[in-house]
Design a protein around this ligand. Structure first.
Ligand SMILES: COc1ccc(S(=O)(=O)N2Cc3cc(C#N)ccc3N(Cc3cncn3C)C[C@H]2Cc2ccccc2)cc1
Ligand SMILES: [Zn+2]
Length: 330
């Protein structure tokens, strides 16, 4: 049931974490090659593997994933000429899927399965004179891709391959008067892009450049009476936006500015007790994308049944520690 700008959570929605249901949901997802949705999402297959594996790692159930099949799938997706990685053979390589592949292989500690130098060359080749990054050879510019490039190269300890100062300069050129960020200079502030820009500045150790109080104020204003958070003013709450907002607030050390109990109630209500998984809002269809952000969000809120997640990389903290990466936190 909706009121114009929020959802009303009915009392029969789940209130506790249905961990086993989510583990079984993700373990089953993608095993049925004839499944319509599975085939329709071939274009994002690599990201789907990252979403599922990361959620399973956080739930302590990554042994339920087909590790060897995943690793050999990834090596078939690397383009020999460009070094880039695609979502699925024979699609074009793209920075989004190159990042997802590197995130999966670092969680598995199996970077030997691909040509790392080729990945570094592909990512560096996408940087533009203004410091921004294209997503692929077709030239779409978006601050999301700067974040993908910086995150991907930092996981490989190869930030030396790009001009970090110019990348930071481009991100800062997208800062708005409200302290937020959009996809390009002058674009409206949006929670997903704020997360990308704050994450980029954290990895580049430039959080000093933020208007912290203005930005944290804009972020905590995203929370609605239902406890959920939206991506922009006047929008409905959505579980994935809840992740973008609270991970940004965690990096800024301002988590206390949101009502954690109400947010946890919203996240729990997004679970589906029959199919397993989390959806964007209570009662909708679940998917691996929102299941990751439900599990990661509960981890950030301190749920002891879920392993700690790093708010910048959206990966298990133990992986970030093993890589000796220290993204800046305020
Ligand atoms: C509705 O079918 C869709 C629609 C789009 C996409 S998408 O372009 O690949 N993508 C990733 C995504 C994955 C899944 C899953 N499994 C579900 C949704 C979803 N959205 C759409 C969405 C999320 N919240 C509400 N909406 C409508 C975000 C989008 C963009 C995005 C990509 C990477 C990282 C962050 C954001 C995939 C499926
Ligand atoms: Zn969503």
């Amino acid at each position: 049931t909706l009121n114009p700008k929020d959802v009303i959570i009915s009392i029969d929605r789940p209130k506790i974490l249905l961990l086993k249901k989510h583990i079984d949901y993700l373990a089953k997802y993608g095993t049925d090659q004839d499944d319509y949705e599975y085939n329709m999402t071939e274009y994002l297959r690599m990201s789907g593997i990252y979403w599922s594996l990361t959620a399973m790692e956080l739930m302590g159930a990554s042994d339920r994933m087909p590790k060897d099949d995943i690793i050999s799938f990834i090596s078939t997706c690397q383009n020999k000429e460009s070094g880039g990685i695609s979502a699925c053979f024979p699609h074009d390589p793209h920075i989004l899927y190159t990042l997802s592949a590197i995130q999966v292989l670092t969680m598995y500690n199996r970077l030997d399965a691909i040509d790392v130098e080729g990945v570094v060359k592909f990512v560096a080749s996408l940087q533009q004179p203004d410091g921004s990054f294209y997503g692929d050879i077709w030239g779409e510019q978006d601050t999301r891709f700067t974040f993908c490039a910086v995150m991907c190269l930092s996981l490989l300890h190869r930030l030396d391959a790009i001009n970090v100062d110019k990348a930071v300069e481009f991100v800062l050129s997208c800062m708005n008067f409200d302290g937020g960020f959009g996809s390009k200079p002058g674009s409206e502030s949006h929670a997903g892009l704020i997360y990308c820009c704050v994450g980029t500045l954290s990895i580049c150790k430039r959080l000093d450049a933020l208007k912290v109080d203005a930005l944290a104020w804009w972020l905590c204003e995203r929370q609605l009476p239902s406890g959920g958070l939206n991506g922009r003013p006047e929008k409905l709450p959505d579980l994935c936006y809840s992740w973008w907002v609270i991970s940004s607030l965690k990096i800024l050390n301002k988590m206390r500015w949101v009502d954690k109990e109400r947010l946890e109630q919203f996240i729990m209500a997004c679970q589906d007790p029959d199919t397993g998984g989390f959806s964007d809002r209570p009662g909708d269809i679940t998917d691996p994308f929102h299941t990751l952000f439900g599990v990661a969000g509960l981890s950030l809120l301190g749920n002891s049944k879920i392993k700690p997640v790093n708010p910048v990389y959206c990966m298990p903290q133990e992986t970030i520690d093993r890589l000796k990466l220290k993204p800046q936190m305020l």
